[in-house]
Ligand binder design. Sequence first.
Ligand code: IVH
Length: 700
Amino acid sequence: MSLSAEGLRPDAPLDELAADKAATLLEQLAKIIAYHDSRYHATDERIEPEVSDAEYDALVRLNTEVETAFPALIRSDSPSRRVGVAVSSQFAKITHAVPMLSLGNAFDEEDLFDFTARIRRFLALKEGSPIEMTAEPKIDGLSLSLRYEGGKLVHAATRGDGTIGEDVTENVRTISEIPSTLPAKLPPVFEVRGEVYMQRSDFDALNTEQEKQGGKIFANPRNAAAGALRQKDARITASRNLRFFAYAVGALSDAVSDTHKGFLDVLSAAGFSVNPLTVLCQDEAELIAHYQQIADARPHLDYDIDGVVYKVNRHDWQKRLGQVSRAPRWAIAHKFPAEQAETILRDIEIQVGRTGALTPVARLQPVLVGGVTVSNATLHNEDEIRRKDIRIGDHVILQRAGDVIPQIVRVRTEKRPEDSVEYVFPDHCPICGHAAIRPEGEAVRRCTGGFECEAQRRERLKHFVSRDAMDIDGLGSQLIDLFYDKGWIKTPADIFRLPERRDEIANLERMGEKSAANLVTAINAVREIGLEKLIFGLGIRQIGQATAKLLATRYQSLDALMKACINARDNAHPDYQELIAIDQIGASVTDDLIRFFSEPQTASMIANLLIQTTPIPPEAPVQDSPVSGKTIVFTGTLEQMSRSEAKAQAEKMGAKVSGAVSAKTDILVAGPGAGSKLKKAETLEIEILSEEDWLSLTSR
Ligand code: IVH
């Protein structure tokens, strides 16, 4: 995701930005930042951030700058008002007694001096007067709030959206660095906050073991810690050796110290680990010196850190300073710059993805960046190569930030060797030789080989078994590659014939009887599968989970969907009209569906798949209910049922539920306290029902 609205240049001077452009920019930023937030905070260890921290921070900073210039345009869903992401439903929810905040960022010393100047202004202190502060490493893990009552750990919650987190108490009880009881002298209500993390050595050992077992490979220690914390089985959490650094106070029934440092000492005495690199500093110079010390220590630490946190030491000052939107005024995170290194670009190779996208990958002379040897970097697409004028043989500056795939920042053109070679982007797929086409206005060139392209076939199989599709336990991309190379699997149906090779699988290196048996069980377990998962698993371009669900609901079987898509090749056919009329499916998605189902191999691929599996269609919406096909908005308080129950009921009866009133709305159901939506519906002369009316209409 990137800024794309027409005429928007994120680097344009702000005073030149017209209000309408600013509004569009803020809208885009809200969307983009929310998207990156959801990836960063995702507890599914397979979802990784797409941008570096520095790029993310730049987006947040741009958002703040535009909001400062146009305060009237601050959105209700502005990133500056949110913390983290909403919680999922797997764990019970816990409302934090005191919200869990995020931190503002400083990227250089100037930002630090701005921060202390703001504090002095706020507290009406003289310029240059001392503010005692602590400096401690910013741990790259997951924050956790622990609540002790009467000295006993009663619950542990993740940050969630800052207000409501997930109850992970049972798993947290297995973490040896988290005491389950506290010394008697502490206040009856005692909340401690800190970071759960995994040591790098434990992370490496875990991945080695996972690889042996054919399990998931974790992208980084933070991902692995997130996965470990959210296990359904606490024994698995226990085996992952999670750690915890305590660093902040939550709700307390009585104060235990006047200062942050004093509180940390209380925590140490109570048996918590407090980071040993925490120090008390008297002025900015000491903070900067300690920042440097931590930066120097960073490569030698057995855990990931991404900056240094400065906190005002006096609790009374913290209280007076309070917070702005989601971050305290009394603390800031001084981030480390992304790590860079210079190396030589040896070659550019093309990788072909599931949908045929050709992605150029840089093959580099291996170089150490931030403790990791890097030999590949992404080059995104052909324009990127041209824009950065990257040639084979060039000396390039490589950047690796946190979790993200390494990137080439720039070329050291002054060092360009005479024999450097300009890269010519192929117009044919390097794997299958079919034409690779780049449609006008698109950044990506795609192989047109479809099923005939081996790379696409392989990637489609990997997608087919992935978590949101068939979710076959223990069948990851490495095994798919292995089985593919052995010629055992070519199409999805072949996966279901793997049980016939159970003995051969058991004899494979690193497998064995147990793993083979588990794999067979996992494969057999998904023969009955939701139709929407099967449709999603086919890996049709632009068909994500939501669209797959819509198609499954409408067509109820793969055959019916395929038939409609084949008929739809004729744009005058009613099936075409019907497809493009489905909400959220337009002409472009329909074209991709038609293309997929028109591939010569699709019909037999699906026929074979249906021999092996029994797709279960989702409940079909009622076609002839009084509300089928209508768009309904609920507003105000509903007294006899919850909003989600009402919504589910409406959808079941074939209605579409929307959150906003527009000319397309057919019915507004308004309970007590309805406000602007009701007014708007009245203006638009939309049918308005009370909850009673709604109930009698839908129970008919
Ligand atoms: S203090 C009100 N101290 O960074 C201040 N946070 O970007 C609360 N973090 O949500 C946070 N190390 O998960 C604090 N030494 C540290 C930290 C730390 C890591 C995380 C924490 C927080 C996030 C904010």
